[in-house]
Write a protein that binds this ligand. Structure first.
Ligand code: G3P
Length: 217
């Protein structure tokens, strides 16, 4: 399973990258706004800065919701760097645009996916990635990981090539359960990635080893 970081914060991207386990980055308009990135040029420059930091797929989201607008924005984003993956919302014109991008050699990540039916449409349109939002499904009283299992089963049975990118990850357990459920990628906040490191027995064991090591010196 690949690890992407879900942020537009350059310091957090750097920290995850330095761990040596980072395969890519996903962003969205909310994450860009959180970093105070404002104006078209600043947004484009920020994507370029991320591409220069991480040698992996970088998802950059379109704002347009009509076919022509999505295609125009996606073409401009894809022209920024070969690693840019155009993130397109799961709407009717989005599906049409994903098919257009597929036919024209531009890779896409279909976002805001909350059902298996939507995931089938993403795959049919040739999206490189489908992004089911695990945490938001959990928030509404359903089980997000169950959706990952369902999509994984459908894609295997049908031989679809679209990769399952589990998004809206909220904690380390989400990452573990998505790995079990067959996600190809987890895009996570830095805290959830670092949370995988933690176990009290590791800390207790290390303290004991270090204490005993003093006796050997
Ligand atoms: O990037 C899309 C997704 O990961 C958003 O997560 O936490 O806003 O539901 P969240």
């Amino acid at each position: 399973m690949k690890f992407f970081i879900d942020t537009a914060n350059l310091a957090q991207i750097k920290e995850a990258h330095e761990l040596g386990i980072l395969d890519g980055v996903t962003t969205n308009p909310s994450l860009m706004a959180k970093e105070g990135i404002k104006g078209h040029e600043a947004v484009m420059n920020h994507y370029k800065a991320i591409c220069e930091m991480v040698d992996g797929d970088i998802s950059a989201e379109v704002i347009a919701t009509d076919f022509d607008g999505i295609v125009a924005e996606g073409k401009a984003l894809a022209a920024l760097h070969p690693n840019i993956v155009v993130k397109v919302p799961m709407i009717k014109d989005g599906v049409k645009a994903i098919k257009w991008f597929t036919d024209n050699g531009i890779r896409t990540n279909c976002t805001l996916v909350f059902s298996a039916g939507q995931a089938i449409l993403c795959a049919k349109a040739g999206a490189a990635y489908v992004s089911p939002f695990i945490g938001r499904i959990d928030d509404s009283g359903w089980d997000g990981v169950q959706l990952i299992e369902q999509i994984s089963h459908i894609y295997t049975v049908q031989g679809f090539k679209t990769e399952i990118l589990a998004a809206s990850i909220r904690n380390p357990n989400h990452i573990i359960r998505c790995a079990e459920a067959g996600a190809d990628v987890c895009t996570c906040p830095l805290d959830s990635i670092l949370g995988l490191l933690k176990h009290p027995l590791t800390d207790i064991g290390l303290a004991k080893f270090l204490e005993d090591a003093k006796k050997t010196q």
